[in-house]
Write a new protein. Structure first.
Length: 387
């Protein structure tokens, strides 16, 4: 008995996805990719496993603690299982596709494996889908990507969407301008991550007043931008806020009804980002539907060097929870005497057919037993009365 039970057990954070959810996830991913491709994003498919030094080098170091490793018996090199697909797509863009005209638009979908889950997302193997826009540095590129993420989620039926905009470079720009040393800057970052106003107020050194004001500015985009514009910010920090304001204005042009908020001090999960970043939420959905933002793709030794890039990743587990529950589609049971022609005709009409493998006395009962809603009679699908 224990052996039977044990064969069905899975490691923590791993799950079997069963009918109808598995098919629903595949269909949802395909619909998202369709939206991406309609905007000129060509699909790529990176490998599940790469050489550790390639996957975790440079900005990839941010995923170091979340990455599984293994020894390759063929090359005897250390390999890493991807914990995120963004940097893989960036690698493809800056190596295999370095000769392609910029800006380069790429999209992707696939599974990733992470060492640990989180309280809101305990799954360790999750599906991702997203886009990367490589070689464009302006606010229009940022706005295009953010608007595309919103459009794609709305297209698959997610309701109550909102986009929370962040500027991960803002606080570092302020701490540099204030002359804070590395230890002081780390304390500031930790306090802001906790939204700990008391710890910020205790900093002194001329930093507490400005950072306390910024900490309080989170909220609807228009009000937050107005408040940020009223602060005396260092030049680098002011430039970052001006870029954010430009992105917001462009988003209003693309989608006047888009719901935007701003959290100017949020940084968690944006450690390698270099500009306007964002998180996607939906009313009633637990956790983030996705996140993205500006970063540098590639780096030293790459054909094009480090290139400006922006993009986003959607987390399919959270996205699917934000949609109505999947249901089994209508299926037609086809008795043996109906023939192959009936199956082809029904499938041509869009039906899912379940062909009989043996003669049955009661086709309707057999249809119900196999989870079919209809039975084929005279080449046509006839609804089966529920027992």
């Amino acid at each position: 008995m224990n052996d039977v039970i044990g064969s069905g057990l899975l490691p923590p954070g791993m799950n079997d996805i069963l009918p109808p959810e598995a098919a629903f996830e595949t269909a949802t991913v395909n619909r998202l990719l369709g939206v991406f491709r309609a905007h000129g994003y060509a699909q790529v498919k990176p490998p599940l496993v790469e050489f550790e030094q390639n996957l975790l080098g440079g900005t990839g170091a941010a995923m170091n603690s979340q990455t599984f490793r293994l020894m390759d018996p063929a090359s005897h090199a250390m390999l890493a299982v991807r914990a995120d697909m963004t940097l893989q797509v960036a690698r493809i863009a800056t190596t295999r596709l370095s000769h392609e005209a910029r800006p380069l638009r790429l999209c992707y979908s696939g599974q990733v494996l992470q060492v640990t889950g989180s309280q809101l997302r305990p799954e360790r193997q999750v599906g991702q889908a997203g886009v990367e826009l490589i070689g464009a540095a302006g606010a229009r590129a940022d706005a295009e990507v953010i608007a595309l993420a919103h459009e794609a989620l709305a297209a698959i039926g997610v309701e109550g969407l909102s986009v929370d905009l962040n500027v991960p470079t803002l606080v570092p720009a302020i701490t540099r301008a204030l002359g804070l040393n590395d230890d002081e800057a780390r304390k500031v970052r930790a306090a802001l991550d906790r939204k700990d106003a008391g710890a910020i107020a205790a900093l002194g050194n001329g930093a507490s007043d400005l950072l306390t004001q910024i900490l309080k500015l989170g909220g609807p985009a228009d009000g937050a931008l107005k408040a940020l514009a009223g602060l005396k910010l260092p030049a680098e920090a002011a430039a970052a806020c001006n870029q954010l304001a430009e992105v917001v204005a462009l988003l209003r042009e693309i989608n006047p009804g888009i719901r935007l908020t701003i959290d100017p001090v949020e940084n968690r999960g944006f450690e390698y980002h270099t500009g306007v970043s964002f998180v996607l939420f939906a009313v009633g959905a637990r956790g983030e539907l996705g996140r993205g933002g500006r970063y540098l793709a590639g780096g030293a030794g790459r054909p094009n060097g480090a290139e400006p890039a922006t993009g986003f990743t959607l987390f399919m587990d959270t996205v699917l929870r934000a949609l109505p529950e999947a249901r089994m589609p209508d299926r037609v049971f086809v008795p043996l005497d109906e023939g192959r022609a009936a199956i082809a005709r029904l499938q041509g009409e869009g039906w899912i057919t379940v062909a009989a493998l043996d003669q049955v006395k009661d086709a309707a009962a057999e249809a119900q037993r196999l989870g079919c809603t209809h039975v084929c009679k005279g080449g046509k699908a006839v609804a089966v009365a529920k027992a």
